[in-house]
Design a protein around this ligand. Structure first.
Ligand code: PGA
Length: 254
């Protein structure tokens, strides 16, 4: 299976800046070993779609409303995302859990809405520094997986990708070690096995995210059982993202 690289722009770059970025990136990307998806801000998704037509790069949204439609000022629905050609959506990112107080219940509703609209989900889970220091990482990750996927059928997991993102590693410059990433992936798969089945646990795609850089990508990509990466800050520079992709391609050959 190809490795997946999701580039999370967060609230960075204007649509004009993204236009320049995409025009520099798209002609340089062609790969039979890596799937690339750009998680652009909402306002750049439609123009991004236009600029990416003819390329192999897909689009990911950074958020989705937990409701279908209606009087919800400022929200963006699953149907709206699907309509403009978005392929998947990030749900449960730690910045949304902490800064916007998103709960397990609302994450679960967002996932169900996304699936209903035939959007794939990149579900982010990961322990905080407090969890880590109090040896509660496993419990925290397991609870996040359980709450998020409650009520889903096993066959729906083919549209769920789980990103293990230790909160203490996001935007901090502190990447988890190979051992820590392996352990996090193991906990994610164990949670899936308990909630669904061994088969589901083996088949679910798991990414790592948290301070990935050009320097540490070769170490990260070598982690056993890793299906790809979620890149934040480092994706803002086209050359760095291209380099990260090239290392993932080399890793995919193994
Ligand atoms: P970072 O962000 O690479 O800047 O740590 C990753 C993420 O938030 O998904």
């Amino acid at each position: 299976m190809k490795k997946l690289v999701v580039a999370n722009f967060k609230m960075n770059l204007t649509s004009s800046e993204i236009k320049k970025y995409v025009m520099a990136l798209a002609p340089k990307f062609k790969s039979d070993k890596v799937d690339l998806s750009l998680a652009l801000p909402f306002v750049s998704l439609e123009s991004g779609k236009f600029l990416l037509s003819g390329s192999d790069i897909s689009l990911t949204a950074q958020n989705i409303s937990e409701e279908e439609c209606g009087s919800l000022t400022g929200e963006v629905s699953g149907a709206m995302l699907k309509d403009i050609g978005v392929q998947r959506v990030i749900v449960g990112h730690s910045e949304r859990r902490t800064r916007f107080k998103e709960t397990g219940k609302s994450i679960n509703k967002k996932i169900k809405i996304a699936l209903k609209n035939r959007l794939q989900v990149v579900l982010c889970v990961g322990e905080s520094l407090i969890d880590k220091n109090s040896m509660k990482s496993q419990a925290a990750i397991t609870a996040q997986v359980d709450e998020a996927l409650k009520g889903l059928y096993e066959n729906e997991l083919e549209n769920i990708i789980i990103a293990y993102e230790p909160v203490w590693a996001i935007g901090t410059g502190k990447t988890a070690s190979v051992k820590e990433i392996e352990e996090g992936i193991k906990v994610v798969r164990k949670a899936i096995e308990t909630a669904f089945s061994k088969k589901a646990a083996t088949e679910v795609r798991v990414l790592y995210g948290g301070s990935i850089t050009a320097k540490n990508i070769s170490q990260v990509v070598g982690v056993a059982g890793l299906d790809g990466v979620l890149v934040g800050g480092s994706c803002l520079d086209v050359a760095t993202l291209i380099y990260i992709i090239s290392v993932c391609e080399a890793g995919a050959k193994k």
